[in-house]
Design a protein around this ligand. Structure first.
Ligand code: SF4
Length: 476
């Protein structure tokens, strides 16, 4: 999972990208980068490095990122991200000069890599799926007459990407001296929205980023949609999909900021509903306090407490300088981070039966440590309620759970998970109630029901992803 931005028609494109990246920091903390295109000197300018936005991009370098078009990226990945060649955005010199950034994952990466290598004799320089998409897009241009290109040819190149590259991906790209392009995969799995401001146009992974930058008329791109803004600032659009959109439900449950709206559905509003629906599953159960795991679970815990008539207390106090645990690279780091991350207001928990609300239970690490913390401070019992149903299948579209053995619910039932985590009971929102929260809107729920909208390449691919998750970067 990553955050991406693309801006054109603004004299401050790179600066706006920088501010936008700050607003999307929660979507990726491993590296950050901006590439601008300077139409006067016909040059790409690049600033990118490992770490948070503040570390990766020097503010004093922004004035050197000239040009009215820029793209930017915050990266969320694994150990391989420490290799500099994995950092996005990336660029290539032919044809025209292309810079690109993406959020998502390619689910037939082995096939695409092989084809680029064997058929088109392209040597790929990174393990990053973006390089696959960028090279296939370049091939999509090259199979046409490219002495001159126009929106139709650019869209045909994207259609070529759609034909060859499977998975969940949202992409922004600059074609040098031609225009800014944005597109989604044919199922629209990963988010990307579009906004306008006094002659400039912008794309971003989350709507609140565009709002913050004063863009208006913000709309989510449709599944398979491509938008191209040419040199004359004319907007061209096309949709290359008849499939039903399958946006990732986990964006609302966990990943997106609460003040964002995806596909016209507000994230905070969904989280409130999840709490109400969980409460309906828990009638008759007795607790002294409802406690959220900060921050994502707060809205659901509030409505749960209202519905059950049990006091809501924020007794887990977050160390705001610790990283999100789910986003850290390996199990050892994650365990350390949980201890760093939270303190307990012990005066409030002594002798209390606590209903702890979390957004999801992935590996069980966070739940186990928080329950131990609460009990250590005197809580009589802790029941945990998850606003996400049991995660039982890996995600191959860009979220960091490629291996079934990392998913506690894939291997254990709720009573076993209760024993393993020290909880009195573990309660998951039902899949039926999750669907109710979305009020009929179709979403990807493959990680909870195994119903993958896009085929996954097979055992060899899955094995390679798991191995790369240990050693190299592959999630974006
Ligand atoms: S499998 Fe799960 S996490 Fe992955 S895209 Fe689908 S809903 Fe999101």
């Amino acid at each position: 999972m990553c955050g991406i931005i693309g801006i054109t028609g603004s004299p401050y494109a790179a600066k706006e990208c920088y501010l936008g990246l700050m607003m999307l920091q929660h979507r990726g903390q491993d590296s950050a980068g901006i590439i601008s295109f300077d139409e006067h000197s016909n040059t790409f300018h690049t600033e990118r490095d490992m770490g948070h936005v503040k570390e990766a991009i020097r503010e004093d370098r922004l004035q050197e990122l000239n040009g009215s078009t820029a793209i930017a990226h915050n990266r969320y990945s694994t150990i391989g991200s420490k290799r500099n060649q994995e950092i996005q955005p990336m660029c290539m010199n032919y044809p025209y000069g292309i810079a690109m950034a993406h959020n998502g994952q390619v689910s037939n990466a082995l096939t695409v890599r092989k084809e680029l290598n064997q058929k088109y004799k392209r040597l790929l320089l990174s393990e990053n799926d973006l390089e696959l998409i960028m090279n296939v897009f370049a091939e999509g241009l090259l199979i046409q007459d490219i002495q001159e290109i126009d929106p139709n040819k650019v869209f045909k190149a994207v259609e070529h990407v759609h034909k060859i590259v499977e998975g969940g991906y949202s992409t922004v790209a600059v074609v040098a001296n031609q225009g800014l392009l944005a597109f989604k995969d044919p199922f629209g799995i990963r988010p990307l929205c579009f906004g306008k401001k006094e002659g400039s146009y912008a794309f971003a992974s989350e709507s609140k980023t565009l709002e913050f930058l004063d863009y208006t008329e913000i709309e989510e791109l449709k599944a398979g949609e491509m938008v191209y803004i040419d040199q004359e600032n004319q907007v061209h659009r096309r949709i290359n999909s008849t499939a039903q959109a399958k946006p990732c439900m986990f964006e609302w449950i966990y990943f997106s900021n609460a003040d964002s709206t995806l596909w016209d559905i507000n994230v905070y509003g969904i989280r409130l509903k999840l709490g109400q629906l969980l409460a309906a599953q828990m009638k008759g159960k007795k607790f002294d306090l409802v406690v959220p795991v900060p921050d994502t679970a707060r809205p659901a815990a509030i409505t749960l407490s209202e519905e059950l008539g049990i006091p809501y207390r924020e007794v887990l106090i977050k160390n705001r300088y610790a990283q999100r645990t789910f986003i850290l690279n390996n199990q050892k780091d994650r365990e350390k981070a949980v201890r760093l991350k939270l303190n307990v207001v012990k005066e409030l928990v002594a002798d209390k039966d606590i209903l702890l609300v979390d957004d999801s239970i992935v590996r069980g690490t966070t739940a186990k440590h928080i329950i131990a913390l609460l009990k250590d401070k005197g809580a009589r019992s802790v029941t945990i309620a998850s606003t996400c149903p049991e995660l039982t299948s890996p995600c191959f579209y860009g979220i960091d759970f490629p291996d079934k053995k990392d998913l506690i619910s894939a291997l254990h039932n709720p009573s076993e998970i209760a024993k393993m985590t020290g909880a009195r009971e573990v309660i998951f929102l039902s899949e039926e109630n999750l669907r109710l929260a979305f009020n009929g809107k179709s979403t990807c729920m493959a990680c909870i029901n195994g119903d993958y909208p896009v085929a996954v390449e097979g055992e060899e691919f899955i094995k390679s992803r798991i191995e790369k998750n240990d050693h190299l970067s592959w999630i974006n």
